[in-house]
Structure formats: structure tokens, C-alpha cells
Design a protein around this ligand. Structure first.
Ligand SMILES: C[S@@+](CC[C@H](N)C(=O)[O-])C[C@H]1O[C@@H](n2cnc3c(N)ncnc32)[C@H](O)[C@@H]1O
Length: 265
């Protein structure tokens, strides 16, 4: 097992949940350890259209401190967040999210609850990708929208998103990512399709001009811009089929399904 030492006396392993408790005070700091998550939350919220009906629900999986909340305001959703970190859930609640503690691979919400499911920067943190995708799709109403962003399982991503970004303050905290959990794009598309969601993807990166302004402290945020390559950071968007097609597995979680490692053989 890889052990990272961020503080001399405190060994952590990559993707250790304890990291979020240690960095709990950083969630809402625009220049803190989670700064880039603010930029991504804004970009993710742009993929979400205004609610099409009264009482529409957006379920935010791995909601963290609730960074999507300000960007969803006025769009007409009840914003429900699910996260396993107690300190993150408290902060999300402080920002108006109906936040519950839970695991994204076994979400304590009923089938078809959501008009929109947002899975931002979470899939690259779960051990069981098929299960997390199944849960995301299970929560969607027929016709509901899945939006996500995550990191690709490529050598380039390991070099940039882990090798570089985890050494630049504000881009990503050291040790937050486990290279073993980066997301295989083909597997993600396949799992979504199995549950009735045809995913469309595009790459994104921080605007270089925006990044320069942020580094020079001339701006508090950085716009994310679309790029053609999905080899590092990418967004996905897809609607759940309006009705289950005969013969297609229902979009329900299947406990005991294969883990990511097993799926990859
Ligand atoms: C990188 S942060 C992203 C937070 C938020 N989505 C955002 O973009 O600001 C990952 C979050 O996922 C949560 N998380 C990781 N694994 C989880 C799991 N299996 N179930 C629920 N939450 C999880 C962590 O506690 C953390 O808050």
C-alpha cells in the first residue's frame, strides 16, 4: 500500500476519507485546498437546465461541502446531497442543501426520486464504479438527467491530475486521489448504458487566462473551458431512457455485483 506523509507524524493512504475531516475548514475557501472544486461545481451546474416541474429534485452524490448550491440557486430544484463525511454534510446543510450521510454505492433514497443526479468528482473515489453508476441511474426518474465530472484512467491523467495538480496549492489536496480508482471511460459509458443512460462526454480544463488571473489574485474563480480530449478531466451528461426498454436490466442497484477490479478482469 502507498503511504503518503502530508504531515510528518500522520501517514495517510491515497483517497483516505480522513483527509476530508482534516481539511474540513477548507471547503468554502476560494483559495483553499478545494479551490478547483468551486470551478468545477460552477461548470457542472451549467449542465443543469432550470427545473421543468414544481418540486423537482436534484440529488448531489458525494456533495462534499455543497459547493454546487450557489450555482443552482434560482433553478428550481430541491437540492439533496449525499456524502459519507460528517463535516462535509454539516457544511452542505449550512449552505441550504438537504444533506444526508450515506454512501454513494448504497444511497438511502428511493428509486426514481431525482429529476437530476449530479456526480461531481466522486466516481474517481469509489471502489465499486458499476455500483455507483447503478445507484446514480436508479435514482433518476425516467427522462431524468445525469451530469458528472471525473478523472480518466490514463497515464496523462495520472501525470497531470495526480503528479502535478496535487502539488499545486488549490488544485487538489495531496493524496486525495488513488491512481487505481481513476475512471475507465469505456467502462463508465457501458455501465451507464446498461442502466438506460446514454452518456455524452467532453473534456474540460481550467481557462489558462483565468488561471493566471487567479494565481495573480486578480480573480477569485477560474472558468472551466471545454476541450476535445477526455484523457484527463471530463464531464458527462445523459438522460435516462423515458421507459425501460424490454429486455434491458432495470435501473436498480444490484447488491453484490462485481467490483471494479473484477469487472476489469
Ligand atoms: C473530491 S470531493 C467532491 C465533492 C463535491 N462533489 C464537489 O465537487 O465539490 C469527494 C467527496 O466525495 C465523498 N465521498 C467519497 N467516497 C464516497 C462514498 N463512497 N460515498 C459517499 N461519499 C463519498 C467525500 O467525502 C468527499 O466529500
Amino acid at each position: 500500500m502507498v503511504i503518503l506523509r502530508e504531515h510528518p507524524d500522520e501517514p495517510i493512504r491515497p483517497n483516505d476519507p480522513a483527509l476530508y475531516e482534516r481539511l474540513a475548514d477548507e471547503w468554502w475557501s476560494p483559495r483553499g485546498s478545494f479551490a478547483m472544486l468551486h470551478w468545477l461545481a460552477a461548470a457542472r451546474a451549467e449542465l443543469v437546465p432550470p427545473a421543468a416541474r414544481e418540486g423537482a429534485v436534484l440529488v448531489d452524490l458525494g456533495c462534499g461541502g455543497g459547493l454546487m448550491a450557489p450555482h443552482l440557486r434560482g433553478k428550481g430544484y430541491h437540492h439533496i446531497g449525499v456524502d459519507r463525511s460528517p463535516t462535509a454534510v454539516r457544511q452542505a446543510a449550512d449552505h441550504g442543501v438537504l444533506a444526508v450521510r450515506g454512501d454513494v454505492t448504497a444511497v438511502p433514497l428511493r428509486d426514481g426520486r431525482a429529476d437530476v443526479v449530479a456526480a461531481g468528482e466522486i466516481l474517481e473515489h469509489v471502489e465499486d464504479l458499476p455500483r455507483a453508476v447503478a445507484e446514480s441511474c436508479r435514482l433518476l426518474r425516467p427522462g431524468g438527467l445525469l451530469v458528472l465530472d471525473t478523472l480518466a484512467d490514463t497515464a496523462l491523467c495520472r501525470a497531470l491530475a495526480i503528479g502535478v495538480a496535487e502539488r499545486v496549492p488549490g488544485m487538489a489536496p495531496r493524496g486525495v486521489h488513488d491512481p487505481e480508482l481513476l475512471v475507465d471511460r469505456a467502462e463508465l459509458a457501458r455501465e451507464c448504458a446498461r442502466h438506460g443512460v446514454r452518456l455524452q462526454v467532453r473534456g474540460v480544463r481550467p481557462s489558462l487566462r483565468g488561471l493566471a488571473a487567479w494565481l495573480a489574485r486578480r480573480s477569485e474563480t477560474v472558468p472551466m473551458v471545454p476541450i476535445s480530449s477526455t484523457a484527463v478531466l471530463f464531464q458527462g451528461r445523459g438522460r435516462r431512457a423515458a421507459a425501460d426498454t424490454p429486455g434491458r436490466p432495470r435501473a436498480a442497484a444490484q447488491p453484490g455485483r462485481t467490483t471494479r477490479a473484477a469487472a476489469e478482469g
